[in-house]
Design a protein around this ligand. Structure first.
Ligand SMILES: *[C@@H]1O[C@H](CO)[C@@H](O)[C@H](O)[C@H]1NC(C)=O
Length: 465
């Protein structure tokens, strides 16, 4: 598998003793399905140890987050628009030849930043981060606060959600987990926790613990965080799919209003809607889909917002998750083109997944022991670096382009390499910004900060707000 190996420190935060042991784990990370939020990082264990972490924490160290301070779920005033992104720590000083570091963040354009990831462990008294994370997190938190930007730790992710179910399973485990989280945020000075559980009572990577009680237990955890003095004022957010949390039956919950009472916002991850697993090439991040042919209605920002608000999540607690990357497909010119125009929803060759950019995952084995294919992900900068787009984000000479007015997303096609990519360009990001404004949503969160090129997407979405 590509990419570096990192030493991981398993940060053990005892809930009883005010001391902690550190046990190390070596973690390999590689993007899988979607260099993406919902399909990204795999890790596998074995290793040695490093920095011990005091479980008593430096409770004075979490800076009050200035003007953007937490709403604690109860605010009568119109809440501040959230302009956010996830910052992937494993792309700092990346061995892939392309890095995105803390000093490259355009802080003035963000109100909030989220660090990805701390991962769950079998024991609710610990969550783990890599040794690289240990170096990067203090830089990120300090830079954010110097710029009046609030900053959260994202717990979980595609490969880090294996033990959420265990951590929230009982009153006792929830109490331990809250202490673990509290100590972690205090140690690093985070302003909030972003739960990226993929997914409650729904299998994600393939070997997560799951239980019919997950969503109810998750709610109990969030309520406990809100009633615990050391965590009650944290910004609490949850990264979700476009469907509400799975109920005990597995069907989406029809009433999530109790969640709305205790969280600040959800980030609805409206991406990876279509990809290599789909029946045809389709939009990675559709804004709408009711305008598409019936079988091509796989969900969208519009349908997701409808589902969440119908279940009782207020629009001002809905942050739209947006993608600074796209999925690639191998498509023959016969299927791709009709005359000079790109065809919508063309068939593709499933046996020939193109490679994406330098951050893309090469075939390997995930933490569950299952084989993973080439990822096929192109970040926005990767589309430029690989000749699909010019440096200003237009389709390059010899590259076919289509803007799908239904999904409000872009496609490019290289007839030489026969690679088609479904992605969001500046026009797509502008449309999403306008959508956020007209639907009175809370804001946006982009996966990932380092996927953009010269802020072209970030500026476009902010311009649409
Ligand atoms: C942060 O906020 C403080 C207080 O409002 C202000 O004085 C300072 O200039 C701000 N810093 C930045 C980088 O915006």
């Amino acid at each position: 598998m590509r990419v570096s190996s990192f030493l991981t420190t398993l940060v053990t935060l005892s809930t009883v003793l005010s001391s902690a042991t550190a046990v190390g784990t070596k973690v390999r990370r590689c993007a899988v399905r979607g260099g993406a939020k919902s399909g990204s990082v795999s890790s596998s264990a074995s290793g040695s140890s490093s920095t011990p972490v005091s479980s008593s924490g430096n409770s004075g160290s979490s800076s009050p987050p200035s003007s953007t301070s937490t709403s604690s779920g109860v605010s009568s005033k119109a809440p501040q628009v959230v302009q956010s992104a996830w910052f992937a720590g494993y792309h700092v000083d990346s061995s892939t030849g392309v890095s995105f570091n803390v000093d490259q963040i355009s802080w003035s354009k963000y109100t909030h930043m989220t660090y990805a990831f701390a991962v769950t462990s079998p024991d609710p008294t610990s969550i783990s981060i890599s040794s690289q994370d240990e170096e990067v997190i203090p830089q990120l938190v300090s830079a954010a606060h110097n710029n009046n930007v609030t900053v959260s730790i994202s717990v979980g992710g595609w490969t880090g959600s294996r033990y959420f179910s265990t951590a929230v399973a009982s009153q006792a485990s929830r109490t331990q987990f809250v202490t673990t989280l509290s100590n972690f945020v205090n140690k690093y000075g985070f302003d909030g926790i972003d739960f990226d559980w993929e997914y409650p009572n729904k299998q994600g990577i393939g070997c997560n613990a799951i239980s019919p009680g997950d969503s109810a237990n998750f709610l109990s955890l969030l309520q406990l965080l809100r009633s615990t003095p050391s965590t009650k004022d944290l910004i609490l957010s949850v990264a979700t799919s476009i469907l509400p949390f799975a109920s005990s039956s597995g069907a989406p919950m029809t009433d999530v209003s109790a969640f709305a009472k205790v969280i600040d916002w959800i980030e609805m991850m409206n991406y990876d809607i279509w990809g290599s697993w789909s029946s045809a090439v389709g939009p990675n991040a559709p804004l709408a889909d009711s305008c598409a042919p019936g079988p091509d209605q796989q969900g969208s920002a519009t349908s997701g917002i409808q589902a969440w608000t119908a279940a009782g999540m207020p629009a001002d607690k809905l942050v739209l998750g947006v993608a600074a990357y796209g999925h690639s497909f191998s498509v023959s010119p016969q299927n791709a083109l009709q005359g000079e125009s790109l065809v919508a929803y063309p068939a593709f060759n499933k046996n020939n997944q193109p490679a994406g950019d330098n951050w893309d995952a090469t075939p390997g084995t995930d933490i569950c022991g299952n084989a993973t294919p080439q990822g096929g992900i192109f970040t926005y900068w990767g589309l430029i670096a690989n000749g699909f787009l010019t440096s200003t984000g237009q389709n390059a000479p010899g590259i076919d382009y289509r803007f799908d007015t239904c999904s409000q997303t872009a496609y490019v096609y290289n007839p030489q390499s026969q690679v088609m990519v479904s992605f969001d360009d500046q026009r797509a990001f502008t449309a999403k910004g306008q959508f956020i404004r007209t639907k009175n949503l809370r804001g946006f969160s982009m996966w990932e900060a380092g996927g953009d090129e010269k802020d072209m997407l970030l500026d476009a979405i902010i311009g649409g707000l």
